[in-house]
Design a binder for this molecule. Sequence first.
Ligand SMILES: C[S@@+](CC[C@H](N)C(=O)[O-])C[C@H]1O[C@@H](n2cnc3c(N)ncnc32)[C@H](O)[C@@H]1O
Length: 281
Amino acid sequence: MKHVPVLLNSVLRALGDIDGAHIIDATFGAGGYSRAFLDAGAYVTAFDRDPNVVADAEQLSMTYPNKFKFILRTFSHISELPGTYDAIVFDLGISSMQIDIAERGFSFRFNGPLDMRMSESGVSAAELISNSSIDDLARILRDFGDVKKATLLARIIKDAHPQTTFELRDLIHNPRDIAPVFQALRIAVNNEMGELTDALNSVPKLLNIGGKCICVTFQSIEDRIVKNTFRAWTTAPGDPRLPTTVLPQFTPIKTETPTDPEISENSRARSAHMRGVIKSY
Ligand SMILES: C[S@@+](CC[C@H](N)C(=O)[O-])C[C@H]1O[C@@H](n2cnc3c(N)ncnc32)[C@H](O)[C@@H]1O
């Protein structure tokens, strides 16, 4: 199924007039955000780590020659970009294309290899389970899935060394733990929280004055990182050499969640939050 962009209208509203602006779309996916930014007159530099999106990205660069550039890398590499930008947008997590293809191994609804690698390279979920100690695996389940009885479950999973999504799913006796276990492994396999933290650290120096950073989050762990980072930027002075009476370097943009109609049209939107900040000096 083609990915339906979540909270796109809220993101466009938060960005305002972007005619002629240069935007980093950190998570290209099916290109829904990038296309909307280009249609509104912006220049876009887009990142995605998934080689399966390259064909869509190439098509978009044919439609918008000289206005669209795609980089097949993880978004922590935004730190290597030259220059400064008017906006940096993150639409986090995985796309419908990734979750709906059984062979990618993200979903407990389809049987496939226990893979979960967005980049299709590196250590798969099955290998991560084999390589981790019971304690490490329990920590992953607890920290990234909030799974109760994580050590017991980690031992069961380690002993069974599952190779497919259904083999893993069938080891989890409490149905309420299934989605959290899959989420926790996916976050660990893709180092999602490390990527997000590193990328956010690069944002202040990459933004022009008046530039905006917008993040759409889908689960509480990534949402907490974004919320705490933005809170720090909007409450503390940006420059530690200045007296504490100076204003913080960023001001907040109102947080938005999807409307009921958006949720009924697109169930992926259910848990989404859009958070944003503006660089004020
Ligand atoms: C929710 S989808 C984005 C959908 C996109 N906004 C659209 O409208 O089609 C998230 C995308 O981000 C990519 N992604 C997730 N983490 C990434 C990272 N650390 N670096 C680069 N791409 C990442 C995934 O591969 C996926 O394609």
